[in-house]
Design a protein around this ligand. Structure first.
Ligand SMILES: [Zn+2]
Length: 647
């Protein structure tokens, strides 16, 4: 059933982990030599994976939610053990040969084997000795270069500051100028930097246009030495792809994605682009007219858009979090969300008594037709020992183990909502409500799985360009008036949330939506095309400028070198993958409109979504699962509809 959350001997943890990993190595060696079937080979490794996750997850989880010196120490000592174990496995040639020789008994086993073999191949298992060595040195150099890229960017970001006079912060919100306040020679001045919160604060609220331009110029000319890093990165990525038998890095990257070909990605992005342009032009015209009326601006520039957009938004909606907060009391929201999820998918949430890591954690068992099949933990309030943000962490996975026994899934949903105080209960911003639905979407993707093979069950093995599909799907419900009305009651007066607030929630979400899509498409096209062939030096900048001819509705100054700061693709894991944001979003929008018609649930569709998508894990590529469900691909037009662009 479910295991208890308990971790009482942190000091001994790394030692115990080492013992466990050594035992796993022995078992793996034994499988590599002696396995004769899927059952006594792969199936055993699934049990090992599950055992390791069950053992290690409580520590990594605790280190994030109840951080202490003891958790840090145990965690830091464990990481090198884990990484050396994983490279032991991925370079286990004998294991690879064994896996290739095993015969699957059904489609699911075939899928598990296919994914295993694919990953071995991509880490070089088919290469000769010399090529393997070369791949290893490329990988090492790539990670050093990524590191240089971020370091250069960080240094350049920290090197800049701009001190401005009190008159230059006139009219800015107190919360934005307070952190900028400095005393210089007994006088009060304001210091702005290129750190995100500071930069965004001035670009959004700063009244002095010249200062906005100065900051914008500094930001967009950071780290020119990254051009050299980019050149080397692109060259090595292409070399790596070639070594593994692919003609470009884009082709190599797509091997582990849901999107099946380069053409498919490009035409998807171009379709989104073309259908957003008409509305984006209207949005920019509206903004230009507004800036002209307000300040006589004739030549609206990129460093003006955040400033005037914020003012325009205020004029149009006059809406902020403080208005909705009293209507979203944490318990009411959580109960409302569980009720919705229960109704949509025909399951029941029952409060469970189980050990946890903090008194505020709530535990529920999930049942269908009286049979309990999963467990979920909610840890929603901020506290000092918890890292920021919100996330879902899977713990146990659903599958049938080597002894033929069904194992059940469990997961943690973590957030940082403001805690209750003496004066008032925990109240959520509307954004928080969206966040909770989002993480719940990830959680049920993992928990509703019925797949018997662990490596492709729940969120295991899901291609990362579709991982955000089920989370964004559920998130969409958090903007619907009919849903919000279910739990939106004033925490004191018990009055239901007024209709005009519900309207504002939706309308302000759609504000400048087409311009936002254009920007995301610009980044995606640039990233993807950049990895389709080799670009060098100035060609990189030429490429983005050429894309901007379509995507940028305001002239971008010649000095802008956005690419020198594009850490997502040059220092993060997003190379040839930035398109994923939109890719997953189209799935989520399309599925959403199937399940909700005119503010009403289509329960038949929701049930099908559960059976065809959520229960299937990664037993097939998402596009295939989707096709089996609706007989078609998700339509980009659904995304436009979601943002109110289809008029
Ligand atoms: Zn997510």
């Amino acid at each position: 059933m479910f295991i208890d959350f308990k971790l009482d001997n942190l000091e001994n943890f790394p030692k115990e982990l080492e013992t466990l990993l050594n035992r796993h190595k022995e078992t793996i060696d034994n499988i590599a030599k002696n396995a004769t079937s899927y059952q006594d080979g792969i199936k055993i490794t699934e049990d090992l994976n599950e055992e390791l996750d069950r053992f290690f997850t409580p520590l990594s989880h605790l280190n994030s939610v109840n951080n202490s010196e003891a958790t840090q120490k145990a965690y830091e000592e464990s990481i090198p053990l884990l990484s050396s174990f994983s490279s032991y496995i991925s370079q286990h040639q004998e294991l690879y040969e064994k896996i290739k020789s095993l015969k699957p008994n059904n489609e699911l086993e075939q899928r598990v084997l296919d994914l295993e073999i694919r990953d071995f191949k991509l880490s070089g298992a088919e290469l000769g000795k010399e090529d393997k060595k070369e791949l290893e040195s490329i990988n090492l150099e790539l990670s050093q270069l990524s590191n240089n890229f971020s370091q250069n960017l960080l240094n350049a970001t920290n090197d800049f500051e701009l001190i401005v006079e009190p008159k230059d912060v006139d009219g800015m919100p107190q919360s934005e100028i307070e952190p900028a306040k400095v005393e210089i020679d007994g006088e009060t001045k304001y210091r702005f930097t290129l750190q995100m919160p500071s930069y965004i604060a001035y670009l959004t609220y700063g009244p002095n246009r010249e200062i906005r331009e100065k900051l914008y110029r500094a930001y967009n000319t950071r780290a020119p030495q990254n051009q050299e890093v980019i050149d080397k990165l692109l060259e090595l990525k292409l070399k790596k792809a070639n070594l593994l038998g692919y003609k470009s890095y884009a082709e190599y990257a797509l091997q582990t994605r849901d999107a099946s070909g380069e053409e498919e990605v490009l035409s998807f992005l171009n379709e989104l682009l073309d259908s957003s342009i008409p509305q984006a032009k209207e949005e920019i015209a509206q903004l230009k007219a507004f800036a002209k009326k307000l300040d006589g601006i004739e030549d609206l520039a990129p460093y003006d858009t955040a400033y005037y957009s914020q003012k325009l938004k205020k004029e149009l909606f006059d809406f902020d979090d403080s208005q909705t907060k009293p209507y979203f009391e944490q318990n009411a929201v959580l109960n409302g969300m569980l009720k919705l999820t229960g109704e949509l998918f025909d399951v029941e949430f029952k409060k469970a008594e189980a050990p946890t890591w903090h008194e505020s954690v709530k535990v529920y068992d999930i049942a269908q037709n009286g049979k309990t099949f999963a467990r979920i933990y909610f840890d929603l309030e901020a506290r000092e020992s918890k890292r920021g943000g919100a996330w879902m962490h899977n713990w146990q996975s659903h599958y049938i183990d080597a002894k033929g026994k069904e194992q059940l899934a469990s997961a943690f949903v973590v957030a940082n909502f403001s805690p209750a105080s003496k004066e008032q209960p925990s109240l959520l911003r509307h954004d928080d409500v969206v966040t909770l639905f989002h993480e719940m979407g990830h959680a049920i993707h993992h928990l509703f799985s019925k797949v018997p093979e662990r490596n492709i069950s729940g969120i295991e093995g899901v291609s990362w360009d579709v991982v955000e599909f089920p989370s964004q799907f559920l998130e969409n419900f958090a903007y619907e008036a009919s849903i919000l009305k279910e739990f939106g009651y004033h925490y004191q007066s018990k009055e239901p949330i007024p209709q005009d607030l519900l309207d504002k929630i939706k309308d302000s979400k759609n504000f400048q939506a087409a311009l936002f899509i254009l920007r995301q498409v610009e980044f995606s096209l640039f990233d993807f095309q950049l990895h389709q062939k080799l670009y060098k030096g100035e060609e990189v900048n030429k490429l983005i400028n050429q894309i901007r001819q379509k995507t940028a509705l305001l002239k971008v100054p010649d000095y802008v070198r956005f690419e020198h700061g594009f850490a997502h693709i040059f220092a993060g894991g997003y190379a040839a993958g930035y398109y994923s944001y939109k890719w997953a979003e189209v799935f989520s929008a399309d599925a959403f409109f199937e399940c909700l018609k005119d503010g009403k649930f289509n329960k038949t569709r929701a049930k099908e979504y559960k059976e065809n998508i959520l229960e299937k894990g990664s037993s097939k590529e998402m596009s295939e699962l989707y096709k089996e469900w609706l007989g078609r691909r998700p339509q980009p037009s659904a995304l436009l509809k979601l943002y109110g662009i289809d008029k």
